[in-house]
Design a protein around this ligand. Structure first.
Ligand code: HEM
Length: 416
């Protein structure tokens, strides 16, 4: 849908969740209009029902922080309660819990998933990035999605979970099926693959437990304890499933879209090449500018009021992170990509509060290290054709992104 349509359109009539609005990326003019004219608006859906669409930064924060009024548990976090897999299964995931259950699980998981865990992974992440770039650096061209953005987070995640290298390809096909199920028209589309993956991960957990390596995530999760409560092995299995679901495409889409943004702003890419100390700031701006998880849903547990609208118990509320990260009440010239913004309070990792992304530290480390190595090794990066986008309102993802660069040497060769 064109820019003209987004400026003239009747906001009362449109379904903003229709993927066609996102064919050219996030429709920022449309969201700017919604924030100004109808920040909490009723969005009609094709099945005759509807949901509330919330676009302002302050309202997204308010909903995220009020888990008593806005539940993740009641009907899940997608529009259909059984999207991806049935609610009976997903309710075991941290993402779908409300307090007090969420509080307990989150505390236990945080004990195993600490900043120290992330720090300990840094060498492994750099080795993974180096290996990934080694495969393409001599060729002088690649597809950013297939050759860079897919293998890095997938490799880090499988390493974190102790999945052996030879099983990564199969693991990849499962994560692709789960990703596709997020967009599938029929609910429960990933049921079969979840069972398959669970069977596999169960074997991995048993193997790692038998090996007893204290540094493995399985052993850390087994040891983590809050108020005398520990995770059972089935709960550890569920957490591994959550990591595969939450930590993979998100990081991939941020990296691919981030490189796209940098190639659209070559002066800023050049600044990173010349001064890598700017990279952590660039990562934050990339997170804001790409906001790859565009929305999640909450369900009202009681009648309430938001932005002058009466929300009824049971109403679904869509929090648009991709709009909140561009709210001009918070960000100066929000559609400008600017790696020099100071700590932009974006909503890429959620609206804040209890469900704030547990993997934010890991994602930031992956993005930083990937950019450090890419800017150092892939010189004269240029787009080599149009990008292909994922047909989705939910995920801001790229399917293909061809680039060229000056061929370089493999890391092993330069070190020699
Ligand atoms: C750039 C990459 C990432 C983005 C954009 C992202 C985005 C998000 C968002 C928006 C939420 C909030 C969900 C809600 O409020 O309902 C979330 C939660 C979560 N994320 Fe991430 N994520 C990323 C990377 C990761 C990674 C690498 C991991 C782990 C390996 C991870 C694990 C989780 C978990 C476990 C939760 C649930 C937290 C809870 O419910 O308490 N994420 N993420």
């Amino acid at each position: 849908m064109s820019t003209a349509q987004t400026t003239d359109v009747d906001l009362d009539a449109i379904d903003v969740l229709d993927a066609r609005w996102f064919a050219d990326g996030t429709p920022h003019e449309l969201f700017a209009r919604m924030r100004a004219e109808a920040p909490v608006r009723w969005n009609p859906l094709p099945d005759g029902t509807g949901c509330w669409s919330v676009t302002r930064h302050a309202d997204v924060s308010a909903i995220s922080r009020d888990t008593e009024t806005f539940s993740s548990y009641k009907a899940g976090i997608f529009l259909h309660p059984d999207q991806v897999v049935g609610l009976d299964l997903t309710r075991n995931l941290l993402l779908y819990m409300d307090p007090p259950q969420h509080t307990k699980y989150r505390l236990i998981l945080q004990k195993a998933f600490t900043p120290h865990t992330v720090q300990a992974l840094e060498d492994g992440i750099r080795a993974r990035v180096t290996k990934t770039l080694d495969r393409i650096v001599e060729a002088g061209s690649c597809d950013v999605v297939d050759d860079i953005a897919v293998p890095i987070p997938l490799g880090v995640l499988t390493e974190l979970m102790g999945v052996p290298e030879e099983d990564i390809a199969e693991f990849y096909t499962w994560t692709e099926e789960i990703e596709a199920a997020q967009r599938a028209p029929e609910p429960n589309a990933a049921a079969e693959v979840f069972v398959k993956m669970a069977g596999y991960l169960h074997g991995q957990i048993e193997r790692q437990a038998a090996e007893g390596n204290e540094d493995s995530l399985v052993m850390k999760l087994r040891a983590a304890e809050v108020d005398g409560e520990k995770l059972t092995d089935p709960e550890i299995l569920v957490f591994f499933g959550l990591l595969a679901f939450a930590g993979n495409d998100t990081t991939r889409n941020t990296l691919a879209n981030g490189l796209h943004a940098l190639l659209e702003h070559p002066d800023q890419l050049q600044e990173l090449v010349e001064d890598p100390s700017l990279i952590p700031g660039a990562v934050e701006e990339i997170l804001r500018y790409t906001s790859v998880v565009r929305w999640f849903v909450r369900t009202a547990t009681t009648d309430t009021e938001l932005g002058g609208q009466s929300i009824r118990e049971g109403d679904r509320v869509v929090m648009w992170y991709a709009s909140a990260s561009f709210d001009d009440e918070v960000f100066d010239e929000p559609t400008r990509f600017d790696i020099h913004r100071v700590k932009p309070e974006h909503k890429a990792f959620g609206g804040g509060g209890r469900h704030f992304c547990l993997g934010a530290g890991l994602a930031r480390a992956e993005l930083r290290i990937a950019l450090e190595e890419i800017t150092r090794r892939l010189r004269d990066l240029q787009p080599a054709g149009p990008v292909e986008r994922l047909p989705s309102s939910w995920a801001n993802g790229l399917v293909h992104f061809p680039v060229t660069f000056t061929p370089g040497a493999r890391a092993g060769d330069t070190a020699a």
